[in-house]
Every structure is written in C-alpha cells, then in structure tokens.
Ligand binder design. Sequence first.
Ligand code: FAD
Length: 383
Amino acid sequence: MAETADIVIIGAGIVGCSIAYHLALQGSAKVVVVEKDLICSGSTGKSAGGIRQQFATEVNLRLSIESLRMFHRMREELRIDPEFRQVGYLFMATAARELEMFRRQAAIQQQYGIPVQMVSTDEIRRIVPYVRVDDIIGGVYCPTDGYAAPYEVTMGYAAAARRLGVTIHEQRAVTRVVRSGDGVAGVETSQGPIHGRVVVNAAGAEGGLVGALAGVEVPVSPYRRQVFVTNPLPEFNQEPPLTIDYHRNWYFRGEMGGCLFSGPKDEESTFNTNVDWEHVAESVAKAVARVPSLEKAEIKRGWAGSYDISPDNNAILGALPELPGFYVATGHSGHGFMHGPATGKLMAELILTGKTSIDISSLGPERFRTGRTVQEPMTMHAA
Ligand SMILES: Cc1cc2nc3c(=O)[nH]c(=O)nc-3n(C[C@H](O)[C@H](O)[C@H](O)COP(=O)(O)OP(=O)(O)OC[C@H]3O[C@@H](n4cnc5c(N)ncnc54)[C@H](O)[C@@H]3O)c2cc1C
C-alpha cells in the first residue's frame, strides 16, 4: 500500500527538521520528511554556524531575535548541547560609507533591544589584538551574537521530531511533486510514492530544482562557499568574536583553538562543492594580510558547500499561490542556520493555521513577481 502523510517535507537540513519538529509539537498531522542523502548532509552540515542579530529589516531582525531565544532553550527543549558560543560578531569598516551604514543599522537594532555598539579602531585592537587595523576606521560589535554547532542542532530537531512521531526517510530522493486538480497530491520518490495534500520544499540550495519537480519556479541558485581551519594558535586561546572584514568580504572565527576563515567565493552559480585547493593561496594571502600571525599557521582542513541564494539574498518563505498545498522554505542566502529555528516554527504555524506569530509576508515567494523585494543591506555581502 502506498505511504500517506498529511505533510511531506523535502529536505532534512536545519530548515526541514525544524519545520518537522514544530509541526509535530502541534500533534495532529502525520509528517514525513524525505531526504535524498543523510540528515544534515547539505549546506547545514557545511555551515560556519554563525548566529547574528545584525540585520536592518524588521523581518530579519525578528527572525534573529526569535531564533536566538530558541538557541538558548535547546538544552531543555531538544535535550542537546547546541554548543552555542556567544562570542559576539564584529564587523570592521575600511570606508566611511561602510561605517555610516553600520551606524544607521546599529540605531535600528538598538530599537529592538539588541546590545550592539559602535567600536573605535582602538577598541577593535583590544578585542582582536592580532588583527591588522591600520586601514580600519571603526566597526560595530554585538556581544550576544556568536556561533553554534549545525550538526548537533539539526540532529536535535530530527531526533525530537522522531520522538513526536515524525518519519524521516534518508537516502530517498523526491523525483517529482505530484499534482491533482489544481493542488499537490504528494511526491514520487526513488523508493515509491508518498501521498499527501501538503508538500514543503525545504531543499536548500536545491530549492530551484525541487520547484522544477513541481513545475513551478522557485528562484534559488547554489553558489559555492568555502572555509578553512588552521591548527591551534596561541592567539586564539581566548576566543575572538566572529570578525568580518566587510570591505574584503572575508571573515574568521575561532575553532578548537585554531582559526576558521572564509575561502574563495564563486561568482557563478554551481553545484560543485569540491574544495578549490588551487586557489587556496589567494585565501591565505587575504587571511595573512588581516591576521599576520596566520603566516605561521598550518591549514588542517577545509570544506565547501552551497549558499542557497535568492534574487534579493533573503529567504523565500510561504505558500505558492499558483500551486495550492505547495510551500517553500528555502533561499536563505547564507543565513539559513541562524534563522532555521524560527523558520521552522513560523512555517509550521503557517501550514497549520494560515497565520504566523511573526509577520513573514515580506519574504513570500510572490515578491519576485510584484517587484516588492527585500532590501536588506546586511545580506548582500556579509557572513
Ligand atoms: C561554507 C558555508 C558557510 C555558511 N555559514 C553560515 C553561517 O555562519 N550562518 C548561517 O546561518 N548560515 C551559513 N551558511 C548557510 C547555511 O548553511 C544554509 O543557509 C542553511 O544550511 C540552509 O538550510 P536548509 O535546511 O535550507 O538546506 P540544506 O541543509 O542544504 O538541506 C536541504 C536538504 O535537502 C535535500 N534535498 C535536496 N533535493 C532533494 C530531493 N529532490 N529529494 C530529497 N531531498 C532533497 C538535500 O540533500 C539537503 O540535505 C553557510 C553555508 C556554507 C556553504
């Protein structure tokens, strides 16, 4: 007999697992997650785990504030250690217009109670003494930002969802979204069909491909992003904030006593997630220019994954009006880990009640047709 579900979720990254858990908390729907690979094997497993509240639009600020609250509660709620390290986020500016933008945005963030503060070059020198600051004119720092462990968090949501009755199929690909009349009727997979009147596209960087499986356009494209980690270094004994050289679009943070820093960023969309060791020298040069002591460091490992980029660099969350029963929660454009907890909660609310406790209508998929895209400077460029 064919498998049936009330709600089929495609993808078991943080977004799919968080949606599944939050749906299951409400109890009434039969939820099935279908993952073509393994739980957390997509972009979430490659993420740097950064969590920040430094956004400038109301919707992203609220997603951050709510997710931060949820990261704090994960020990009790999910019975896991999310390894949330509240080391802060420091953005550094080298141009007056960047500093002015930080100042404008900090004023907005402060209105939401976020303890962000402008910092002088001297203060930056005190926070990260080993950073070369001769061309830095100031920055902005939020001590309650930080980073957490993407694998632990996602597995926490997956395990908690399973405890509440959710089925998660791994190594089973969705090959088609089945339509009936004017709505969805389920999915076909590599191991047989699953009937269901609600299907959620939580396929991350592959959200565009999964949209095509349903015959609809979901404008999400994959862009390769890489990170490298060095051996432990004495400077990193005391953990730095996640520090961003805004102008050069480069960041680093601590990782097990060493330095995790960002590598090359592909300008062209690609599904390639191999590490580009050929161009590692350029990334090292960028790193050493900012943190000279990295010259002595040894790169221990590196990895690459896909950013899940939408046309305005913001998540696409909501129902697709042209295909009743088909929901989209993808396109987080490099901040899907930090917003994954709240995304799951709000998508569950939307699917079950048609309403959400935070207004996410500005992130709806129809915005690309109406032209009312999201203008969020802090997702254009930064980590
Ligand atoms: C190097 C790097 C660093 C990053 N750093 C940060 C950071 O510091 N902070 C932050 O917030 N974000 C960061 N991100 C972005 C973040 O990883 C993503 O935004 C987030 O993980 C998206 O989660 P997701 O669940 O939507 O996607 P994914 O984790 O990619 O999950 C989608 C899943 O869908 C599955 N799938 C796809 N197609 C199908 C199909 N047809 N059938 C079944 N399953 C399917 C995939 O196998 C995958 O497991 C980073 C990304 C990279 C690559």
